[in-house]
Design a protein around this ligand. Structure first.
Ligand code: F6P
Length: 336
């Protein structure tokens, strides 16, 4: 068999480990040929590919980013496409010309939606969920998330000393797109006093009250972790807006940090490396068994898969009954 592999959407640590998991299993165990497709779905449109060898995929396990490059190309999007250009047909033609028996699509929500549409055209695809946001339905975790949480937690740990030295409120903004998973997990791991996520509506007066109560208890500083997607005045970034509002509400000096793309850089954690390896290997197993149109999942501690029709386009959001929210509330963490 000959398979294609592409990486699409925002990059994150673990993509290269997943490429390694797919390709080493395919080449070493199943004797498959592997074609690397550059820059996500764009590479399928421009036929920008390379035949993988053992050498191509060595040294990938701990390497951040993606050796294939990525893009946010959405081949089924009609807006802005010149008349007469049929991107899905071009993709299909290139897949047949390359003699690909299947395309492994590594990506986030957009990628899952594109993969489902490719499957609906009768093209063989298997997808692997990838995003630091952890907002893909059907899988307990996506690789990239643990590494982003680890980076954010280290940053939060570092903010405690400067906050206490200056008796300030430090507000840190983490990524997560529309979901609050990174803020929740890193906020709880980093001992945040206030954690604001898009899924839980907040009232800045409650935030102010929490900070003032800490002050009265002899803790004249606070750590506030905010997800980038929370509601603001629509002009400022989340951290800037919340720091400003806290200073207005409490009179306590507040500063903000936006962690940004650091959360998507560098080497994956061991958890993400092994999750990538497990998911990559399982994707290849599905292909060898002729099972297409599915997304690999982690359910509990088991690697499995679900039909793309069940997961594509559905976001997994934090719920108020999540254990970290419940336990955090019991311990006095303010969720707004
Ligand atoms: O989906 C991953 C992510 O990092 C989000 O957390 C963030 O909102 C978005 O990508 C940033 O997109 P871009 O890389 O296109 O700036």
């Amino acid at each position: 068999m000959r398979i294609g592999i592409l990486t699409s959407g925002g990059d994150c640590p673990g993509i290269n480990a997943t490429i390694r998991g797919v390709c080493k299993t395919a080449m070493n165990y199943y004797g498959m040929e592997v074609v690397g497709i550059h820059s996500g779905f764009q590479g399928l449109l421009t036929n920008d590919v390379e035949f993988f060898t053992e050498k191509t995929i060595s040294g990938l396990l701990n390497q951040g980013g993606t050796i294939l490059g990525t893009s946010r190309e959405k081949p089924f999007k009609k807006k802005g496409v010149p008349p007469g250009v049929n991107k899905p047909a071009i993709m299909e033609e290139n897949i047949h010309k390359l003699g690909l028996d299947c395309v492994v699509c590594i990506g986030g929500n957009g990628t899952q939606k594109t993969a489902l549409k490719m499957a609906a055209m009768g093209l063989n695809v298997v997808s692997v969920p990838k995003t630091i946001d952890n907002d893909i339905w059907g899988t307990d975790f996506s690789f990239g998330f643990d590494t982003a949480v680890s980076i954010a937690t280290d940053a939060i740990d570092r903010l405690h000393s400067t906050a206490s030295s200056h008796k300030r409120v430090m507000v840190i903004e983490v990524m997560g797109h529309k979901a609050g998973w990174i803020a929740l997990y890193s906020g709880m791991a980093g001992g945040g006093d206030v954690i604001l996520i898009p899924e839980i509506k907040y009232d800045i007066r409650n935030v102010g009250e929490t900070i003032m109560t800490r002050l009265k208890k002899g803790k004249p500083y606070s750590i506030v972790v905010v997800a980038e997607g929370i509601e603001t005045d629509g002009n400022k970034r989340a951290a800037e807006y919340i720091a400003h509002e806290i200073e207005r509400e409490t009179g306590i000096e507040s500063r903000q940090t936006v962690l940004g793309y650091i959360q998507r850089g560098g080497s994956p954690t061991p958890f993400d490396r092994n999750l990538s390896t497990r998911m990559g290997g399982h994707a290849t197993e599905l292909i060898a068994n002729g099972q297409f149109g599915r997304m690999i999942t982690l359910q509990g501690n088991e690697i499995s898969s679900l039909p793309l029709s069940e997961v594509a386009g559905k976001l997994k959001m934090v719920t108020e009954d999540h254990d970290l929210v419940v336990q955090g509330r019991h311990m006095g963490v303010c969720f707004g």
